[in-house]
Design a protein around this ligand. Structure first.
Ligand code: ZN
Length: 201
């Protein structure tokens, strides 16, 4: 693809390919579309991305994305503090919230354990989760990491911490395709997965 367009367009195409599911062809089409017909929108996009990068940070309580100290879920007094659903990414929180089936809190690990890539407990905030689980209100931990090898290993790690604190531990299972990603599931499937969670004790 390189060399056929200008260096700046090549760079833009390269960046658009960072997006999930975008290959060289669609990245090129997007880049040319923005420059050819939609320059105002393209500028808007550039500003929105830059603003989001500056303003969005992690919630000090659950590591979800927020622009305040606490995210909207952690600062909502109607959500029970008894349940903590542990997920790998803010996308999973969005997926669960779309089901309206869950009224507890979350902890967003921002990834999974992957020793081969140098990602250990510290890198994904496991120490923060551990101190969160020590809080008196917490009774149940729902493990909702992805059903991949790394996701299972991460769930196992969290389960051990939770069990050592005598908390109820469950793992969502029903209807989740092995190797899949929670963020890709429809609300119905995810809602069933939550209801059908299995106790790990
Ligand atoms: Zn939060």
């Amino acid at each position: 693809m390189s060399g056929r367009l200008t260096p700046s367009i090549d760079q833009l195409v390269k960046c658009l390919r960072y997006l999930p599911g975008v290959g060289p062809k669609s990245a090129t089409r997007m880049a040319l579309h923005l420059l050819e017909r939609n320059q105002d929108r393209a500028a808007e996009l550039a500003i929105a991305l830059s603003e989001a990068l500056t303003r969005v940070k992690r919630c000090t309580c659950c590591q979800n994305f927020t622009e305040e100290e606490l995210c909207a879920i952690c600062s909502d007094p109607r959500r029970t503090e008894k349940q903590i659903c542990v997920v790998e990414s803010p996308t999973d929180v969005v997926a669960f919230e779309q089901t309206s089936a869950y009224r507890g809190r979350y902890f967003v690990l921002m990834g999974h354990l992957s020793p081969i890539d140098g990602i250990g407990p510290r890198e994904i905030g496991m120490d923060k989760l551990q101190s969160r689980l020590h809080e008196a209100e917490v009774e149940e931990v729902i493990l909702a990491t992805n059903p991949t090898v790394e996701g299972e290993a991460t769930a196992h790690y969290v389960a051990e911490i939770a069990k050592s604190l005598n908390l109820t531990v469950s793992r969502i299972a029903h209807g989740i395709p092995v190797g899949g990603e929670l963020g890709m599931l429809d609300a119905g499937t995810l809602s069933h997965a939550l209801e059908g969670r299995k106790s790990l004790l």
